[in-house]
Design a protein around this ligand. Sequence first.
Ligand code: SF4
Length: 484
Amino acid sequence: MDAPEDGQVPMDNDRKPREHCGLCGVTGGEGLLERLHDGLQAQQHRGQEAAGVMVSMDGACRLHRGPGLVEQVFATLPTSWLGEGGAIQRGISHVRYGTAGDSIAANAQPLLVDMAGITIGIAHNGTICNARSLRRELHAQGAIFQTTTDTEIILHLMARALMTRCRGRIWDAFEDALRQLRGAFSLLAMTADAMVAARDPFGFRPLAIGDFNDGAYIVASETIAFGVTGASTMREVEPGEMIVWDSSNRLESRRFAECTRRAHCIFEHVYFARPGSYVFGDSVYEVRREMGRRLAREAPVDADVIVPVPDSGMYAALGFAEESGIPLDMALSRNHYIGRTFIDPALTTTRCKLATNKLHPIPEALCGKRICLVDDSIVRGNTSRSRVHTLREAGAREVHMRVSCPPHRFGCYFGIDFPQREALFANKVPAADAARSLRLDSLAYLSRNGMLSCVRARRAEDFCCACFDGDYPVLPDQLDERPL
Ligand code: SF4
């Protein structure tokens, strides 16, 4: 895949909403750097703009980060990290996307600062809803910010607490800072002799702990990081929980806030998380497949073949085919070598062309057939329209579409980059005209209740569905503030 170039905004060919970050931390054990690399790389889908890693070595913290994929950033690690060693005791790492206007270099994470003589690093997944008012307050007290990320606010809050209420107790200061935040934050932090994981009281974003048989621990956004490193899943970091691993790798659980309502992001199950992961206690693969089965029951179709949109619609399509008894065929083939492209967002024509080129129709599988296309979501509608056009050009007799979540009508304040509300397809086109607008013979979405019925480990009310129903579990500083 292409690396981003300075000054350009990363745009996904398929124009899906983007997760902002993925986390991986390891403390103790052998081959720590390799485990960090493998765990982070398995979560590359959560952010492809920049990556970073911070380690403690021989009692000192070191940081390496930069633009590009995990592989590219790790390829330029200082050679001193790679020597004889075994001297790395703990490390945290991060992949990220940015938003327009971000400085890729300055905002790459982990962020590392010196705080009253203690070096501390921090990495964050999510979005802090009261960032604007906290930043204003800190500015008024003389704080100087080096980045535009909300993550840096946590460090300033810590520094303030460290000098006042917490008197040099660094993790008490961290806890104090967490209590002042509202919104979505799964966090990893470390000093030279401790590592910490924490999750906001709603538990918006996933964060889980695994362990190795050599006494080491791993913390990651998704459990796929455990599978690839040989770790076993222990449990999730609970909403409102902070876990500290001290210099002897002893684990201490603290509760910095009560969890009065869970609000796990249901879109992790629909689209973001990898099918090989468990998030919020459920297998993403099983939930996604069940969504397809449920969709087939809610919106049956008269078709000859079920065609998944690769790769995002794959598992829902499997479930749909299974339930409906209609055969599945891979009639759209993906060109993996186009991958992501980083282009000027103004180049709409180029982007549409790239979107079309990424998926190739196979006429032999389509000609004269009634097709049911299964995808995980429709965001702006442009890509779906061009896909339908492609299928018809390749000879499909009818094209129906089934979507494994409800229509997106609202933005997200909790770490997902949706377009402006008015750009969302479901807001632009009345439901009665939606199929015609996409040149479909029929279009149906999975219902909200149907979607939530597919999770097992948690109750339906434990999920955030705000981008579908506008019911935000927590609101940002200003109600008119545009979601990410
Ligand atoms: S608004 Fe949507 S994308 Fe954002 S956290 Fe809630 S369910 Fe997830």
